[in-house]
Design a protein around this ligand. Structure first.
Ligand code: C6P
Length: 412
């Protein structure tokens, strides 16, 4: 059993070198854009650097010492990700660029050959574009229809509508676990179970859940679960798709080329075993190593305490924002993680973001690649402060002070 250090915010913050960075004007960065990408602890940066310094080679190819070490590092990262998601086996884990690529893989390798006219794909109104557009593409290719579960004024999924929309025509249910634009945590286990009961294949977009809560794919009982390394303190360009073994076995490859084959001739090609069948070409080896180090980091801290700290921050931020009369919170579900999205009356989010940036406060402004959410709330964009466990109350105080400055500059 690994020993977890008690949650000490100063110690945690010291693990992330960028949090000590100053702007050219000498201000310390206040990083509240964690849903876009999180910062990286020293151990992740060091693991990537050490990989390139000491072990760099291509994987699964050479018999030389470096290639064996690189292969070992890459495959051991797969084991770590499998443990992190509580997958039954590392063969259930496909390394990809991230959640976007994972959903595209599923749409093309499962959806395209298995769907036809009369079939339905069910998603929700709070999806990121990467869980909408790949399905629209596959609908055009197959004649299947995309159905969308509505959300209410708090940004909560309408479960009654979900139940009513499920039928034997529902072939795929693909839903976000935690919304990036609203922060809503969906009752995904219950929904997966209901979708499976009508015979649908279930896919969970876990991009925003993995940094905020423990994930157990066996408990969720979903068929597929996608994560992005860069949102969970690992590097960009690497992520993973968990897949149920028999489904992965039954699916054709998404891309073809080297690495994903056992035997090639001009007459006949035999594909490699799962998961390598889905990893064509030289993979992002250093990225996988970094993701493995991020998983190690998450397992080394008291994650439960980190979650408690984040909940405190979220509640504190909510209360502070509600004191500003111009602010309208977008996404007021009871079950939320990590996100404070809001509209500020009399301003445009991009102007707010620019003024906050002058104060060294990093937030994201825009539609957050979830334009249907903006359409639902009748606004073009929001200002989004998104949290990680290394944030502190001072970060939120700085945000509130920044917004007061916005008021003075823009609203007089
Ligand atoms: N959301 C945000 O600022 P990729 O880019 O493949 O790592 O992840 C895509 C993705 C999928 N689902 C959800 C719920 C997400 O939040 C994201 C990425 C970022 O909200 C960048 S747009």
């Amino acid at each position: 059993m690994s020993v977890r250090a008690p949650f000490n915010l100063d110690v945690i913050r010291a693990d992330f070198p960028i949090l000590r960075r100053k702007t050219p004007e000498g201000r310390t960065i206040v990083y509240l854009d964690n849903a876009a990408t999180s910062q990286k602890p020293e151990s992740v940066i060091e693991a990537i650097s050490q990989y390139y310094r000491a072990h760099n080679a291509n994987v699964h190819r050479g018999v030389h010492v470096l290639s064996e070490e690189a292969t070992q590092a890459y495959e051991s990262a797969r084991q770590k990700v499998a443990q992190f998601l509580n997958a039954p086996n590392e063969r259930n884990i496909v390394f990809l660029r991230g959640t976007t690529e994972a959903i595209n893989l599923l749409a093309q390798s499962y959806g395209r050959p298995n769907l036809g006219p009369g079939d339905e794909i069910l998603i929700s109104h709070m999806e990121h574009h990467s869980n909408i557009v790949p399905w629209q593409v596959v609908c055009r290719q197959t004649g299947a229809e995309l159905k969308v579960v509505p959300i209410d004024e708090h940004g909560v999924l309408d479960i009654e509508a979900f139940e009513a929309m499920l039928s034997e025509r529902t072939r795929i249910f693909s839903c976000v676990h935690v919304s990036n634009a609203l922060g809503t945590i969906n009752p995904i286990k219950r929904m997966v179970s209901r979708a499976r009961s009508v015979g649908a294949i279930t896919m969970v977009d876990g991009a925003q859940a993995a940094p905020h809560m423990p994930i157990d794919v066996q408990d969720l009982d979903c068929d597929f679960y996608a994560i992005s390394g860069h949102k969970m303190f690992g590097p960009t360009g690497i992520g993973a798709l968990y897949g149920r073994a028999e489904l992965l076995e039954s699916m054709d490859p998404y891309q073809a080329g080297g690495e994903m084959i056992k035997y090639v001739s001009f007459e006949k090609t035999v594909y490699n075993e799962v998961p390598h069948k889905f990893e064509a070409g030289t993979p992002n080896i250093a990225g996988a190593v970094g993701l493995g180090a991020a998983v190690d980091y998450l397992r080394s801290i008291d994650f439960e305490a980190a979650m408690g700290h984040e909940e405190d921050l979220l509640e504190y931020g909510r209360q502070q924002l509600e004191r500003l009369p111009e602010v309208r919170l977008i996404g007021t579900a009871k079950e939320k993680a990590g996100v404070l999205s809001f509209w500020m009356e009399g301003t445009h989010p991009h102007d707010v973001g620019t003024i906050l940036s002058h104060e060294a406060i990093c937030v994201r402004t825009g539609h957050h690649c979830a334009q249907p959410v903006m359409q639902r709330f009748g606004i073009p964009a929001t200002i989004r402060a998104s949290l990680a466990f290394y944030n502190n109350h001072e970060d939120l105080d700085a945000l509130i002070e920044g917004l007061k400055k916005v008021k003075r500059v823009m609203l007089g």
